[in-house]
Design a protein around this ligand. Structure first.
Ligand code: ZN
Length: 202
């Protein structure tokens, strides 16, 4: 499995481009950049999918364009689907950004397993930053969105944010027995074991 990371936009939201021999997955897209365009082109002919970790504009504004360009289906946590359907709910309207609203193809729930080519992606519902935030576990990697960062966690003061729910979600992640490399929604990767020991919010 190969992972390309591109921090996008003023908020530096990480767009992840994940590929294997027969599958390609985009996780969070603020913008279809040259890199995203190249990824879609390079992986043409593979099974392709677009996923969003949560509803916020810095993670979803480019998904519509990526979907049109690739023809791939789009999945998002069921309770955050509104972020694709409404620029009010993604907060892009608040930042005067253009977002084409559309209905996602898949609504994801806790424990769902998405099999795409040789990749098996497990959905972990982790409410707190938003009510529909999800993490995606693939092999020994977790894409954590704005739930868990290196030595930090996502803010809970935006609509549907919930500090108590976030605590429970972090407990759920830290209860995973295997170690994982964590690719967060912003900034650099980390590992679950490192965060268990050094994350000041735990
Ligand atoms: Zn966010």
């Amino acid at each position: 499995m190969n992972i390309i990371t591109e921090p996008q936009g003023n908020f530096g939201a990480n767009c992840y481009m994940v590929s294997d021999t027969d599958a390609a997955v985009l996780i969070d897209v603020f913008k279809v950049t040259d890199k995203v365009r190249k990824f879609i082109k390079d992986n043409a002919g593979k099974q392709m999918l677009i996923l969003a970790t949560h509803r916020h504009f810095d993670h979803v504004t480019g998904i519509y364009d990526a979907r049109v360009l690739s023809g791939a289906a789009v999945g998002i946590g069921a309770l955050d689907a509104c972020g694709l359907e409404s620029s009010e709910d993604s907060l892009s309207a608040r930042f005067a950004l253009n977002q084409t609203e559309f209905t996602p193809d898949y609504l994801l729930n806790d424990g769902d397993v998405i099999n795409i080519g040789s990749l098996s992606i497990r959905v972990i519902h982790t409410p707190g930053h938003t009510v529909g935030s999800v993490c995606f576990a693939v092999a020994n990697v977790i894409f954590s969105g704005d739930t868990l960062f290196r030595q930090s966690v996502g803010r809970t003061d935006l609509p549907t944010g919930d500090r108590e729910a976030q605590k429970e979600s972090l407990k759920k992640l830290f209860a995973l027995t295997e170690d994982y490399t964590v690719y967060p929604g912003h900034a650099e990767p980390t590992t679950l074991s490192y965060e268990r020991s050094y994350n000041p919010y735990i």
